[in-house]
Design a protein around this ligand. Structure first.
Ligand SMILES: NC(=O)C1=CN([C@@H]2O[C@H](COP(=O)(O)OP(=O)(O)OC[C@H]3O[C@@H](n4cnc5c(N)ncnc54)[C@H](O)[C@@H]3O)[C@@H](O)[C@H]2O)C=CC1
Ligand SMILES: O=C([O-])CC(=O)C(=O)O
Length: 341
């Protein structure tokens, strides 16, 4: 069988800690499939050039059969040229004493410049995933400054939060994580996100059961667990990033890299029948979320396109949570725009 044409994948911030976990996953076929050759484009800034070259040396040393080439560069045009998939991990982190506006203003200028480079030099129909925080708003800026890239092609990562929610349910109900599905992360990749289990199910010997029904199977456990699903469960997922930083003294990296692979794999190759995943995408007003925000929704993917899952019942408690995180995104949007003027 003739081998497939390589797909060019850009990773920005490739010399950083997520980059270091992500590039070997891509080179091994975790992101695009075990039969899909790839050419990696790794972009970072000049102070990281030597470290970036070290990562390139290790990629050569690992002799990945699917890896057909590596471009390691600090030149944004070279980095973006011809790429089919762009994973934007590079950004300006918040440092001690900095205000939110200072961080936003640095990231707005980075994402404005990279948007223009992608628009001019990436392959037609390039799919973009923004990982760097504030992920939703960086993606929105990228969309605004790359008007010729279809808005359907620009997304941000909330799959890590989605996977964290699956992991928490698996641990709490003592079931395999692969048997849990259809949790939803609504909104911002921040502590206002709403991890929603109302539509989640677990595969059991008796068929698929709603998580809430499973919990309710045991009347004694019901009150405790329902309380936890609406309280502790939500705050654990919302605060998981901070808990990892506390434990590792560094933010999540392997789980972020793995979730970025899940996000792109499902987007390109499709979600399994009956399964939805969470992606930060451009809101069209579904679920009365204001249009024009990059907001995390439940989606299914087919033929390289995502579609927001429609018609899910939203109770009063959930409605408030959906609105709260939308309000935060509207504020972030206004802050980002104020940095542009
Ligand atoms: N959406 C999500 O679920 C998650 C997002 N993050 C975010 O991902 C980002 C990266 O995290 P880490 O890899 O841990 O950070 P890191 O600091 O280890 O690496 C960031 C890299 O980006 C590079 N960089 C900075 N400005 C750049 C630019 N203009 N162009 C290209 N590269 C640039 C830096 O030189 C550095 O090598 C952070 O913003 C972090 O907050 C982290 C975990 C989860
Ligand atoms: O909180 C952070 O800085 C990293 C992050 O986004 C996460 O782990 O979800």
């Amino acid at each position: 069988m003739a081998s497939k044409e390589p797909i060019r994948v850009l990773v920005t911030g490739a010399a950083g800690q997520i980059g270091y976990a992500l590039v070997p996953m891509i080179a091994r076929g975790v992101m695009l499939g075990a039969d899909q050759p790839v050419i990696l484009h790794m972009l970072d800034i000049p102070p990281a050039a030597e470290a970036l070259n070290g990562v390139k040396m290790e990629l050569v040393d690992a002799a990945f059969p699917l890896l057909k080439g590596v471009v390691a560069t600090t030149d944004v045009v070279e980095g973006c040229t011809g790429v089919n998939v762009a994973v934007m991990v590079g950004g300006f982190p918040r440092k001690e004493g900095m205000e939110r506006k200072d961080v936003m203003s640095k990231n707005v200028s980075i994402y404005k410049a990279q948007a223009s480079a992608l628009e001019k030099h990436a392959a037609a129909n390039c799919k973009v995933l923004v990982v760097a925080n504030p992920a939703n708003t960086n993606a929105l800026i990228l969309k605004e400054f790359a008007p010729s890239i279809p808005e359907k092609n620009i997304s941000c990562l909330t799959r890590l939060d989605h996977n964290r929610a699956l992991g928490q349910i698996s641990e709490r109900l003592n079931v395999q994580v692969s048997d849990v599905k259809n949790v939803i992360i609504w909104g911002n990749h921040s502590s206002t996100q709403y991890p929603d289990v109302n539509h989640a199910t677990v595969k059991t010997p008796a068929g698929e059961k709603p998580v809430r029904e499973l919990v309710a199977d045991d009347a004694c456990l019901m009150i405790v667990l329902l309380y936890r699903l609406n309280g502790e469960f939500i705050s654990t997922v919302q605060q998981r990033g901070a808990a990892i930083i506390k434990a590792r003294k560094l933010s999540s990296a392997l789980s972020a890299a793995s979730s970025a692979c899940d996000h792109i794999r499902d987007w390109v190759l499709g979600t399994p029948e009956g399964t939805f995943v969470s992606m930060g995408v451009y809101s069209d007003g579904s679920y009365n979320v204001p249009a024009g925000l990059i907001y995390s929704f439940p989606v299914t993917c087919k033929n390289g396109e995502w579609t927001i899952v429609q018609g899910l019942a939203i109770d009063e408690y959930s409605r408030k949570k959906l609105d709260l995180t939308a309000d935060e995104l509207s504020e972030e949007k206004a802050l980002a725009y104020s940095c542009l003027s």
